[in-house]
Design a protein around this ligand. Structure first.
Ligand code: 2NF
Length: 411
């Protein structure tokens, strides 16, 4: 049946209220409806105590009308006077599309004063929701403030006299590990660098950096085990640069720093803290001013010991003849390495006493200090030989200073 203004028809909307389907009346008698709306509004405010779901009414086959607002579902089969009913209240705005039919284009069924586009709650429920929202806002604010404060906080560690852990220590260890195992010595490409980096940190994190022990490094040592060929081990003391220049050129020779573990740690500093699981980047114990059993010293003692234990055949040591303590019994070489060479594997130790091109000749192979070294080794059944300014190493000094007067005789 065709509808014209003035007619009415009851339509089923898709609204839902109190679990019931809703029939929504669509009234065309706009004047009457507006009058009713005024009367009913009061009742709407008083009676509305149900939570209703929104609906969408279908007016597609009503000529000249369209819905401009969706509203609430209502009681089944409401009458004209019940348009503003709290349960019925379809907040539909119907307007004729032809202005000739309705001289007042804004003539509409709604808005109902105070009407809101969503479901309504009782006053009590509104208060509860309000309180809940307030609590939520407070909790979120407090959490955010605490989080920001914590983020900006630098963990407080015990203060030491030495410089702190090298910045980016974990990343450097991981990077060096991959460089060594994948590029420098691909025969070690099976090593698990992630595990190695983890074991390195586990050796000192959450521990007192002044009570470091050899055992702390055992898992790391196990993961980085490496065979060094016989007759190729080069020890050094107070001659780091020259010894490493030599093994750089003589690739088959190995200083400790040419092995995986020595390569990982060379030149780095690291320590943790007993009261924290974080790396201490602020300060670490100084081996003379704070404690001897610090994380770094214990590491070098431990790996130097293993390097000496693993050595076989004739071994070399590069010594600095231009300083007063060419051989220092308290150095790692004098205190750890010579005492951990295995005489059954190492028949001879050969010393190269090197002098700077411009430096003094404080000690030579015939010095009493060098004789002290010879005596220690012979007591351990290890033969000792010595050579001043060993030519292959001297040549390296001359490569840097080719015009030096001493170099013309060497070249
Ligand atoms: O940093 C290294 N690569 C390193 C450190 C200590 C020991 C390497 N080593 C191994 C090498 F393999 C050499 O064969 O020991 C040998 C050299 O040690 P050294 O003590 O005989 O030689 P030095 O020139 O006196 O010292 C080498 C470096 O270690 C430091 C020192 O300040 C220098 O930077 N060092 C020496 N003793 C200690 C210690 N007890 C130390 N650092 C911390 N605690």
């Amino acid at each position: 049946m065709d509808l014209v203004p003035g007619d009415f028809q009851t339509r089923r909307g898709s609204g839902h209220c109190g679990g019931k389907d809703t029939d929504v009346p669509l009234w065309w008698k706009l004047d009457e409806m507006e009058a009713q709306l005024g009367k009913e509004f009061q009742a709407l405010e008083e009676e509305r105590n149900d939570v209703c779901e929104p609906f969408v009414a279908d007016t597609s086959d009503v000529p000249g009308a369209y819905i401009t607002e969706a509203g609430h579902g209502g009681r089944a089969r409401t009458k004209i006077g019940e348009l503003g009913h709290p349960l019925a209240g379809p907040v539909l705005r119907l307007r004729p599309t032809d202005p000739a039919m309705d001289p007042e284009p804004d003539h509409r069924l709604s808005p109902v004063p105070g009407e809101k586009p969503c479901c309504n709650l009782t006053k009590k429920a509104k208060i509860r929701v309000g309180v809940l929202l307030c609590v939520l806002v407070v909790v979120v604010t407090v959490t955010a403030v605490v989080g920001v404060l914590k983020l900006g906080q630098v963990p407080t560690h015990k203060e030491w006299n030495g410089t702190g852990t090298t910045p980016h220590f974990p990343e450097i260890i991981l990077g060096r590990c991959y460089t060594y195992t994948q590029v420098k010595r691909p025969e070690l490409s099976h090593k698990d660098c992630q595990e190695i980096a983890k074991a390195f940190q586990n050796a000192f994190l959450s521990k007192d950096p002044c009570s470091s022990r050899e055992q702390d490094y055992h898992p790391l040592m196990k993961l980085t085990s490496q065979d060094t060929p016989c007759n190729k081990a080069v020890f050094w003391s107070k001659s780091s640069e020259l010894a490493h220049q030599y093994t750089q050129v003589q690739q088959e020779m190995f200083t400790l720093e040419d092995t995986l573990l020595g390569y990982l740690a060379d030149g780095l500093r690291w320590c943790g803290d007993a009261g924290s699981s974080e790396i201490n980047y602020q300060s670490c114990p100084h081996w003379r001013k704070d404690c001897r059993n610090n994380t770094v010293s214990v590491f070098w003692d431990t790996v130097s010991k293993r390097f000496a234990e693993n050595a076989c055949g004739m071994v070399q040591v590069v010594l600095n003849g231009s300083i007063s303590n060419t051989f220092d019994k308290n150095s790692t070489f004098g205190r750890v390495e010579i005492h951990n060479l295995h005489p059954e594997k190492v028949p001879t130790l050969q010393a190269w006493v090197m002098h700077d091109l411009e430096g003094a000749h404080s000690h030579t192979c015939s010095s009493s200090l060098i004789n002290d070294l010879k005596l220690i080794l012979e007591r351990r059944n290890i033969a000792f030989t010595c050579q001043d300014d060993y030519r292959p190493v001297k040549l390296l000094q001359c490569v840097r200073h080719p015009d030096h007067r001493f170099c013309s005789s060497v070249m």
